[in-house]
Ligand binder design. Structure first.
Ligand code: AMP
Ligand code: MG
Length: 471
């Protein structure tokens, strides 16, 4: 793989990472290469080999390392996590002048592996590939998938599974947990170096630790509102799975909702519903409060003053989220201007959708395509009691409301049952469903010949109730 690396993270103090080459595998074979993304990164797609993605050959200029981080997992503090099965190959400057990380996930054991095998299996690798690329096509900030390869080795989870590696691209892999790790060690110098690095990289206008905190609060408010607008449930919003850049990261037991219900949970290990759909804004704020605590010492030398300043910044999350949420859901109703009753109109629809167990994606798409969702919001009188208010509001809207509606309401999302059957087929050696899914999800707002099939909600027997962590 020929790339022009410039590895700024590797120039930070050495205690922020552990140098680690990917561990070679038995028999690498390419599954997919994202040629468009490769070109954006200045990488000739044909130079992306199985050996490079599986980690058997380290590209010239790479400086592979595992990053240190800590984190709150399901609310519990874990002082040391870190890349236990991923190595950062290095950074490139893309065609827009943006610095991007290239990481191999599933690349073998590192200094942070604890009891783990350092590996990934094909299922989660393909899920992350498909869902992250779908998220990008939906216009929501996310890490990307550059390539995937199988390793020819067996990984043991619930049973023997084919091993795989995902080459992932991110604005950076710096997480809330990266700051927490240094703060917990009392490493003010390291924290300062990381803060300066994150500011230069993501928010060059931000002033100091407070400016960084405010920028991350705004980015996360935008991100989570984006998730809510497409019915996405991250599933494991631990502080180590929340980026500083505001990109979605770590697609584990994630899923898009079929039937709309606020309490929907997908992870089998999320027994209390901590990371349910409707809790995501609250959890984002909770995670941001952990970032604020980690940064306190850099915000003000006086702890009381620092706490007051940080609390005021955190108070900005709710209004920022609410504004982004309203903007997103207004657009889903075809509205670009603001009127006082808009919030009630949106909530009125969501309540009816919840009662009727209406399909989230298809209900909004029906508003865009036919303007009639009466077959989805099927409870007696439910649609009729909402539609006239919406139609009257739409009539007061200038401009092309049809275009607004179509651009805000995708026809296809990566439905969980399609992702699961795609994984089953791939494990059996058939990558056809993976490639077809990728093709449809690349243009989620278009109606193509395959759209009706991929837009179909699961039949009762196809429903995936939970996505197992099985990573
Ligand atoms: P995740 O749940 O994937 O976000 O991972 C949480 C932590 O567990 C991270 O520090 C990972 O690097 C680590 N981890 C997950 N799976 C493995 C594995 N198979 N081997 C080593 N470390 C792992
Ligand atoms: Mg993670």
């Amino acid at each position: 793989m020929r790339a022009t690396f410039d590895n700024s993270y590797a120039r930070l103090p050495e205690r922020l990472f552990a140098r680690q080459a990917p561990v070679p595998v038995k028999n690498p074979a390419l599954v997919a290469v994202n040629a468009g993304l490769a070109r954006e990164l200045g990488i000739e797609p044909d130079s992306i080999t199985a050996a490079a993605i599986a980690g058997n050959e380290v590209p010239a200029g790479a400086d592979p390392l595992a990053q240190l981080y800590a984190g709150h997992q399901f609310g519990n503090w874990v002082p040391q996590l870190g890349d236990g099965r991923a190595v950062l190959l290095g950074e490139v400057i893309d065609s827009h002048g943006q610095r991007r990380d290239i990481q191999l996930k599933g690349a073998g054991r590192t200094a942070f592996s604890r009891g783990g095998d350092g590996r990934a299996w094909l299922g989660p690798v393909l899920r992350e590939y498909v869902v992250s690329e779908a998220m990008h096509a939906l216009g929501i900030p996310t890490t990307r998938a550059l390539a995937a390869a199988t390793t020819g080795e067996t990984v043991y989870r619930e049973g023997p599974m084919p091993g795989a590696v995902l080459a992932r691209v991110a604005a950076s892999h710096i997480r809330v947990g990266t700051f927490q790790a240094l703060a917990a060690r009392g490493d003010t110098e390291g924290l300062k170096a990381l803060t300066d690095h994150a500011i230069a990289r993501h928010y060059p206008q931000a002033e100091g630790a407070l400016g960084l905190l405010q920028a991350v609060i705004a980015a996360q408010a935008r991100l989570v509102a984006g998730w809510m607008s497409v019915g996405f449930i991250h599933g494991v919003m631990n502080t180590d799975n929340m980026t500083i850049s505001g990109e979605t990261i770590d697609y584990g037991p994630c899923a898009f909702m079929d039937e709309y219900h606020g309490a929907t949970v997908f992870s089998s290990i999320d027994r209390t519903g901590r990371y349910a759909y409707q809790n995501q804004p609250d959890i984002a704020l909770w995670n941001l409060a952990q970032l604020a605590s980690a940064l306190l010492g850099l915000i003000d030398a006086d702890e009381t003053a620092a706490t007051q300043i940080a609390t005021a910044a955190l108070d900005g999350f709710a209004p920022a989220f609410q504004a982004e949420w309203l903007r997103r859901f207004r657009a889903k109703l075809g509205l670009t201007r603001a009127e006082d009753g808009d919030s009630a109109l949106i909530v009125g629809l969501l309540q009816r959708m919840s009662t009727s167990r209406a399909d989230f994606t298809n209900t909004f798409r029906a508003l865009a395509v036919t303007g009639d969702a009466s077959e989805l919001i099927a409870d007696a009188g439910a649609w009729e009691s909402w539609a006239p208010g919406w139609q009257a509001r739409l009539a007061r809207e200038p401009g092309d409301t049809a275009a607004t509606l179509r651009a805000a309401n995708p026809a296809v999302i990566p439905r969980n049952h399609r992702v699961e059957t795609m994984i089953e087929a791939a494990v059996g050696g058939d990558f056809g469903p993976f490639h077809r899914l990728m093709e449809v999800l690349a243009k989620p707002f278009d109606d193509g010949p395959d759209t009706p099939d991929y837009a179909r909600p699961p039949a009762p027997g196809e429903r995936v109730r939970q996505t197992f962590c099985g990573t």
